[in-house]
Structures are given as C-alpha cells and as structure tokens.
Design a protein around this ligand. Structure first.
Ligand code: PLP
Length: 370
C-alpha cells in the first residue's frame, strides 16, 4: 500500500480469483451457474434464513423487497433521514412516498420513539437501516410494526454479520436486503441479496428479478418484472469473500478497537457507538466532532497528510428531490451528525501503524482548530 490511506478498499484474500477463472474456463459467465447457487446457499446459511436471493445490487434488492411486499402508488414507507440515498429512492421507484424520521443520539439510527407520530392510514411499512454497521434497536420497531400491521424491511447493506441481542441483523424483519458494492463488508464488485423466511415473498422476489417470468411456463410473463440478476462471475467473487467473512468481520472490529483506544482520551470526538445489546460490524469507523469544530477543515488537513476521510451522508430531508416531502418536520439529530460526522479509513487491510498515523493526523488537525 502506498502512503495514501483510503477510506475503503476491497480485500481479495481468498478463492476469488480461482473461482472467477473457473467461470471463464467453463464459459459460465452469465446469470446461471453453480456459483450463484453456492453463494445464495452460503449466504442463507451464514445468516440463518430460509431464502437468500441474489440480485444485481443493493438498491435493486430494496426495490424487489418493496415490490414483493406490494408497495405501490400513494403508499407511504417510513425511512430514516440519515441513510444512503437508495433506501429512499427504492420507495420512489414504486410510486410510493418515503416519510422521514430523525435519528437517535445513542446509535445514530432511526429513533423508534418518533415512528408512531409519522404513521398514517397510508403507511405500509418501515425501512430500518443498520447505519455504518450498528444494529437498529429492533424490539420497539417490531412492536410498532405488529401493532399497526405494517411490514419491516431491514436495509442491511452496511451490516453483514452484525447482531442485535444475539440475533443476526437481517433475520428480524419481513425481508432484509444486503449490498456487495466494492466498499461493503464483503463485495462482489456490484451485487445484492434479498433475504427472507417467508415462502411467498421469496417466490415473488425470484419472479420479479427474472423479468416476471412464470416459474412453470417459459416466456410467459404474468406480471411486470425486471432484469435484476447477478452474474455467475459476481457470485464467484462473492463466494470467495463469503468463505472468509469471519476474517473480514474480525479485521473491521480490530481496526475499530485501535481507533477507540487511541481516541478514548480525546474529548473533542465521539467514536462509533456500540450499545451493550449490540455487536456492530464497524463497516466504517466513524467519529462525530464536538460542535464548533469545522469538520471540513479537519478533513482537508488530514487529506494533505495522505489520509482520506468521508463526510457522513447528507440527510434525505435536505436533498432537492425530497425537500418538499418533509412536512416542515425538524431533524436536529440527523442535521448535527451530518454536519459533524466523518468516516475514517476502515479497510480490512489496515495495519496498526497506519491506524496510529490516522489517529495522530486527526488529533493534530483538531488541535489546530480549538
Ligand atoms: C450501499 C448501500 C445501499 C445500496 O447498495 P448498492 O449495492 O450500492 O446499490 C443501500 N442502502 C445502504 C444503507 C447502503 O449503504
């Protein structure tokens, strides 16, 4: 690795190359083949669910989940404002409307106490997002969903392997979605997965991702479907990654533990939370700077020393496409996190000297400003 320390880099340390070469040698390069089946089966076993259905990316996975649950025109779906844009966009693809909820201070995830005030007679469900690898406090969310008879989708794109009270993220809602984009815990280049325990939902997702074709009657399309398939080559990379997922998770935790120790006596920053009931996967190691410290100036001076960082996501309620749909609601927690938060280099390939260098660079940059 050069002197430049990036926020993310995929770690291809297993059988990825061998399996991809097997695809090329056998000419099974499209969306049929043994690696699709092995990757889906392996991921379902890893999670402990009945069905894992591969697709072309995590955004398509969310779209498939919403379609399978019957979301359509004029429906409303509750979504945290502080998330990656896909969680909200997928709702719009269905002609439905995302209704945004503020974050909570402790976990940075959507605040369960604010959900009920946003429920109307059009609300069909809730998308929770396990942001930056930390699980959502699911019990209150599931209780609200049961009470109002609405669905829960777990957008687990950033949280492969995270646990809530000993239960894996992605096993608690009606459907869970995952992403295997290049910077996620494990990657297929581009890719996604839809997971569920429900036979009917699984059958609908499979049909929808394959152009809507009737599973028993070739070239008969009884519903409007999509081509959202994953290729055998992508699945081959995914299987190589999945075989080493324990290593990927352990490395991210170790990197986070070095940061936590190095920053524990540094009061100007709050490091990524981990609640007593949670096992985070620390997809990204994050910090939130105390109010008054100019986040962008900190990022700039770190970059000058060769350390890449990333600002937190913009909250959805300030994006032009969503601004008009926020009912004049306030989102003080998401606003503060988005203004003061940043992601530190978090690749599984980082060494302790590199993390120490990042910590020192950060401390110097902050000290210069206070
Ligand atoms: C990455 C991500 C997605 C989308 O995944 P893609 O594979 O890039 O389409 C969805 N939701 C969240 C929270 C993400 O971080």
């Amino acid at each position: 690795m050069s002197d430049f320390i990036p926020v993310a880099a995929p770690a291809l340390i297993g059988n990825e190359k061998k399996y991809v070469m097997d695809c090329l040698d056998s000419s099974w390069i499209s969306s049929n083949g043994k690696y699709i089946e092995l990757f889906e089966k392996g991921f379902a076993d890893f999670l402990g669910v009945k069905y894992a259905i591969s697709c072309c990316n995590g955004t398509a996975a969310l779209h498939l989940a919403l379609l399978a649950l019957g979301v359509g025109q004029d429906d409303e779906v509750i979504v945290p404002s502080l998330t990656y844009v896909s969680s909200a966009n997928a709702v719009m693809y269905c002609g439905a409307k995302p209704v945004f909820v503020d974050s909570e201070d402790q976990t940075w995830n959507l605040n369960p106490d604010l959900i009920e005030a946003s429920i109307t007679d059009r609300t069909r469900g809730i998308i929770v997002v396990h942001l930056y690898g930390h699980p959502v406090d699911m019990d209150p969310v599931l209780a609200i969903a049961r009470k109002h008879d609405i669905f829960v989708i777990e957008d687990s794109a950033e949280a492969h392997g995270a646990e809530y009270k000993g239960r894996k993220v992605g096993t608690m809602g009606d459907i869970a979605t995952f992403s295997f984009y290049g910077n996620k815990i494990i990657s297929t280049g581009e890719g996604g997965m839809v997971c569920t325990q429900n036979d009917d939902l699984a059958a609908r997702v499979r049909q929808l991702k394959g152009q809507g074709q009737d599973p028993k009657r070739r070239f008969w399309f009884p519903m409007l479907g999509y081509n959202y398939r994953m290729t055998n080559i992508e699945a081959a990379i995914g299987l190589g990654q999945l075989e080493k997922i324990d290593w990927h998770m352990a490395r991210r935790r170790e990197v986070a533990s070095w940061y936590r120790a190095g920053l524990s006596e540094f009061p100007q920053v709050d490091f990524s939370p981990e609640m007593p009931w949670a096992r985070s996967v620390f997809w990204l190691s994050c910090i939130v700077l105390k109010d008054g410290i100019d986040r962008d100036m900190v990022m700039n001076s770190m970059l000058q020393k060769g350390v890449e960082t990333r600002p937190f996501f913009y909250p959805m309620h300030i994006l032009p496409i969503y601004q008009s749909s926020t009912y004049g609601k306030q989102f003080p927690v998401a606003d503060r996190l988005a203004r003061q938060g940043l992601n530190l280099p978090s690749s599984a390939l980082l060494t302790q000297p590199q993390v120490d260098f990042v910590i020192n660079t950060l401390k110097q940059a902050v000290r210069r400003l206070v």
